[in-house]
Design a protein around this ligand. Structure first.
Ligand SMILES: Cc1cc2nc3c(=O)[nH]c(=O)nc-3n(C[C@H](O)[C@H](O)[C@H](O)COP(=O)(O)O)c2cc1C
Length: 608
């Protein structure tokens, strides 16, 4: 999933070596003033340009705001931002999976279709739009008195001191290399430089704190603070562990005893009990693996040759994910906490409810936004189901299953909402069916020289759909004429090529297909046509067929015109029944307005 959130909904887009990376942040109220300088500052903290141990890939990281922010404030539309990728190198490692990177898994998962160059969407670069989104959320949290900050707790074996768990305000630190004890920096930097010189990389740990969270923030059971925050954090590549609370062996040493005002004398729970904020500082630690790109010789996996190959990764990588990764860790925490805060605000008597109708409408807007995104997702899945069914010659529509789906979905609702739920499901199913019908092909069948290609061209212009001519495609693929294929490899070979092609055409959908005259004779071809489109038999009069120059057709060729016509008659008698059985519409192509009638019938079918 590239999307997350219940209230403020974040989608990340793009990939490391694609044109750009970006984010879409929905559900933010309108009118929130944003300090763009503060946002740029967060981007700068993440930028490799400001970190001597980071990758030499330097990008300007200039946000291009496409929507949602006008005159320095949110306008209620989704905040959409893009960052162009300038310094990418697509040749970099693109066909060899690097050890312990996501390359191999992503390649297998996408059957080689995903752009994995430079780590694709599993790259640290995706933390750039995350940091932008986090910087926006951070400002909203700040307006509610919530502050999120962090420090480098460890680089390799060199440790910083931990945060004071009882702290009332954030310690003063260098934002580009924050440490509780700045004296540890020299040892960390020396380790970073030595490790880099040795061609190796380092693990690291961040400690993050949030102050000012209202007591009770966090949803029961599955959306408690630990789970909710961790889900965002684990998007950050290289993250391997998140820990809330101190590790102590005995309950007596772990428990935090209460004092005045519900506060506790210690904060070993690190600010969270039962998944909810307890009013003390929320603190967690995030541990990162050593960066997997090392400069030492390794063994990669050649994805084309499917075998292990020696691999040396040169130059462009970070020695350690921190300190620059801190901006991303804080960003993930800010987005997660704002999402939880908006949920918390929905409680009766809360800040949000006191705001009245405006707040309720915003809540409704946010729900509708989610419904629309889910609707889009559902339609995309419907399209894929349609393509699968067409490719496999399965019936597109299954009324039995439709009813079952409607009933089973409505059963998820309380009794009083079921009728509405059934209506909604009916509309959704209709919309899905219409999407699937929109992908229907129009198959033109009929005798050789009945004018399938000519009619195909007319329909292509009328309906603005592309035309596929099966004979022509096979000739292009084979680099020889149909006649030559028949002569050199026989009819069966040609028929197999047709079946293979019609399978592709059926899966592709949305085409006008001029079929070879014999194509519908094979039952499996006819079945695929039936389930993937609308078939028109161009039943041209025999007298008109006789006038054609059909001497070059392999099944009709003969010495004289009379013999050719006799062959035409024979073939027509043999095939007509099959053409009729396949057809949804039978039409004489020489009839006035034939193309318009076919287009009309097709439009009716897909409009349903
Ligand atoms: C800000 C940031 C920068 C990163 N830079 C690099 C890098 O330069 N080279 C590298 O191999 N991995 C880098 N990583 C980590 C890898 O992307 C990550 O380890 C890899 O995608 C595998 O994912 P996993 O470790 O979560 O399994 C970086 C991660 C972050 C958050």
């Amino acid at each position: 999933m590239d999307t997350i959130g219940n209230n403020v909904i974040l989608t990340l887009t793009g990939a490391s070596h694609g044109k750009s990376v970006g984010c879409e942040l929905c559900g933010l109220p309108a009118g929130i003033k944003l300090d763009m300088e503060a946002i740029r500052f967060e981007l700068a903290r993440r930028s490799a340009a400001n970190c001597p141990f980071a990758t030499p890939r330097h990008e300007p990281d200039e946000p291009l705001i496409l929507s949602g922010i006008r005159e320095g404030a949110t306008d209620g539309e989704p905040v959409i931002v893009e960052f162009a990728n300038h310094a990418h190198d697509r040749s970099e490692y693109s066909c060899v999976a690097r050890p312990s990177h996501a390359d191999y898994c992503a390649y297998i998962r996408s059957e080689g279709k995903e752009d994995i160059s430079g780590g694709g969407k599993y790259s640290g670069r995706m933390t750039l739009p995350l940091t932008f989104a986090g910087a926006v959320c951070r400002q909203i949290l700040k307006g509610r008195g919530i502050e999120v900050f962090s420090h480098v707790l460890a680089i390799g074996e060199v440790q910083d001191e931990r945060f004071d768990p009882m702290m009332e305000k954030a310690p003063e630190t260098d934002p580009f290399f924050p440490l509780v004890d700045p004296n540890r920096r020299a040892a960390m930097e020396k380790l970073l430089l030595d490790t880099r010189a040795a061609g190796d990389t380092l693990s690291c740990e961040a400690e993050v704190a949030a102050l000012g969270l209202p007591v009770g923030l966090g949803e029961p059971l599955f959306d408690g603070i630990e789970g909710a925050v961790s889900k965002y954090l684990f998007m950050i590549p290289g993250l391997r562990g998140v820990e809330f609370g101190e590790r102590r062996p005995f309950g007596s040493g772990m428990n935090d005893q209460f004092t005045e005002g519900g506060r506790t004398l210690t904060n070993r729970s690190n600010g969270v009990n039962g998944g909810m904020a307890n009013g003390m500082p929320l603190i967690f630690r995030a541990w990162f693996r050593p960066v997997p790109s090392i400069s030492k010789p390794q063994t990669g996996f050649d994805l084309n040759e499917k075998k292990p190959v020696p691999l040396t990764i040169s130059g462009r990588h970070d020695t350690c994910i921190l300190p620059r990764g801190l901006a991303a860790v804080e960003a993930a925490a800010c987005i997660a906490l704002l999402d939880l805060l908006m949920e918390y605000d929905k409680r009766d008597g809360s800040f949000c409810h006191r705001e009245g109708l405006g707040a309720l409408r915003r809540e409704l807007d946010s729900i509708d936004g989610r419904i629309m995104r889910l609707y889009k997702e559902r339609m995309e899945v419907s399209k894929r189901i349609g393509a699968y069914k067409r490719e496999n010659g399965m019936e597109i529509f299954d009324p039995g299953r439709e009813q079952e789906v409607i009933e089973s979905r409505a059963a998820l609702l309380p009794k009083e909402l079921r009728r509405g739920g059934e209506g909604l499901m009916r509309s959704l199913i209709e919309a899905s069916k219409s999407v699937q019908r929109g992908e229907f092909n129009i198959y033109l069948t009929g005798m050789p020289d009945c004018g399938k290609t000519r009619m195909g061209k007319k329909l292509a212009a009328l309906l603005e759909m592309p035309l596929a001519d099966t004979d022509r495609i096979i000739m292009e693929r084979e680099g020889r004429s149909v006649d030559a294929i028949f002569r050199e490899d026989g009819e069966e070979y040609f028929r197999c090529a047709e079946t293979e092609l019609i399978r592709l055409i059926a899966a592709r959908g949305g085409l006008i297909v001029a079929t070879g005259g014999g194509l519908p004779m094979r039952p499996e071809n006819a079945r695929m046509m039936k389930t993937s489109g609308f078939t028109v038999f161009l039943d041209r009069k025999l007298s008109a067929l006789h006038d054609q120059n059909t001497r070059n057709r392999p099944l009709l060729a003969a010495a004289t015109a009379e013999e050719v016509n006799a062959n035409v008659d024979r073939l027509y008698r043999e095939r007509r029944e099959r053409y009729l059985a396949c057809a949804d519409l039978v039409i004489d192509p020489d009839e006035e307005g034939a193309a318009e009638r076919i287009a009309e019938a097709y439009r009716k079918l897909i409009a349903y």
